[in-house]
Design a protein around this ligand. Structure first.
Ligand code: PLP
Length: 384
């Protein structure tokens, strides 16, 4: 029994992707699994136990609330880092649970020390530096202030990391900017270490940077999209595959999404289908109604463009994507009936709807489509 649709997570793909990444990175580089945005739409509660099973022992999220969900999904205490936002009051909870967090300004550092003193525990922080993205992080002056403050409070602060984020390693057009960021980072690291403050991990790379700039791996990489089986951009993929004899994609997509046919209808030539006049039947056609829409993450930009799989055939979305429904053309398929499977993402027979194919049509990034998959869709782990 499925509600309106079901997301499947392929355990073999998880095992494959982790094995590939660990082999490429070697054992000197720690792999931190980025599981923000509900594990890129895959589901924190389902994905984290799988990642744990295949040897991931370091997790990165954006919000404190996500850190708590990861914490509750793990079978034993493991490193969790909040790379983004936690409110002042949550700093207490983070320190109590040993959850690490980025410090990107002096206010945050002082707050961490204040709570650590109150709790008589150490706050485990990652000093985030501003190296050219101009988004978040300590600039050179702030880093110097932070060093002074930390040296006065060494019993309350552990420097778990020293990091920055690169502004677009997935595109060669950012090459010069990235090189300048790496240079600034190194300089700031020297400033820190010259004061005998040695961070546990030095890290700057996401998936793209880890592959395009191997030097940027340092001693930890924050990998999101590749764990789920996607390349950050076709540029990164092409660069990787060009140097290989075997041209197979080493990554496997974890996620599949399917629904079923809710109703079938015959529509005469000359009739409009769905809201408004966006689709006019040019011949007599047969339509199938599928009970998913934009409220579950099936993007409106797939109106008149999306493809689904039914009975081993590709079928086009016709008309606009509704809040809870889409209409597809099944005129070319024989023997189709209410209740038949409809694949929105993933494989059916020899065919596959890839999220990337799906996002090329809609001009959305893989990241965005995945992140929009509704949390209310049931997720289940399968082996394939
Ligand atoms: C999201 C994020 C990552 C992971 O990026 P991918 O491209 O998915 O590997 C790494 N670092 C930071 C700071 C992030 O916000």
């Amino acid at each position: 029994m499925i509600e309106n649709s079901l997301i499947t997570l392929n355990e073999n793909a998880v095992e494959n992707n982790i094995a590939f990444l660990k082999k490429k990175l070697g054992n000197k580089v720690k792999l931190s699994a980025v599981v923000k945005a509900n594990a890129y739409g895959h589901g924190i509660e389902q994905v984290v136990p799988l990642f744990e099973k295949y040897g991931i022992d370091h997790y990165s999220v954006f919000y404190y609330s996500e850190a708590i969900r990861v914490f509750d999904s793990l079978s034993k205490p493991t490193t969790i880092v909040v790379m983004g936002w936690l409110c002042d009051e949550s700093i207490r909870g983070a320190i109590t649970r040993g959850i690490e967090f980025f410090v990107f300004n002096i206010e945050r550092l002082n707050m961490a020390i204040q709570y650590a003193k109150e709790l008589d525990l150490k706050a485990k922080i990652h000093l985030e530096t501003e190296t050219g993205m101009n988004r978040s992080g300590l600039n050179v002056d702030e880093l110097n202030d932070a060093i002074t403050i930390i040296k006065e409070n060494t019993e309350y602060i552990e420097i778990a990391g020293f990091c920055t984020h690169l502004a677009g390693a997935e595109s060669v057009s950012n090459h010069v900017r990235i090189q300048s960021q790496l240079k600034k980072y190194k300089k700031m690291l020297t400033t820190l270490e010259s004061q005998d403050l040695i961070p546990k991990y030095k890290h700057v790379a996401n998936s793209a940077a880890a592959f395009v700039y191997p030097k940027a791996r340092m001693d930890l990489v924050r990998i999101g999209i590749m764990l789920y089986g996607f390349w950050s951009s076709s540029e990164v993929y092409v660069q990787y595959i060009n140097n290989k004899n075997n041209k197979f994609d080493p990554l496997k997509r974890i996620l599949g999404w399917h629904s079923q046919i809710m109703a079938i209808k015959k529509v005469r030539s000359g009739e409009f289908i769905g809201y408004g006049i966006s689709y006019l039947a040019q011949t007599n056609i047969i339509t199938a109604l599928v009970p998913i829409g934009y409220s579950f993450g099936y993007s409106r930009s797939l109106s008149n463009k999306g493809r689904v799989l039914i009975g081993g055939h590709r079928c086009s979305v016709i008309g606009v994507v509704n809040m809870n429904m889409v209409i597809v053309d099944i005129s070319h398929i024989n023997e189709v009936k209410v209740g038949d499977e409809v694949v929105l993402i993933g494989k059916q027979g020899d065919l596959e709807i890839k999220v990337s194919a799906f996002s090329e049509i809609s001009n959305e990034l893989n990241y965005e489509i995945l992140a929009h998959l509704s949390e209310s869709i049931v997720r289940t782990v399968i082996k394939q």
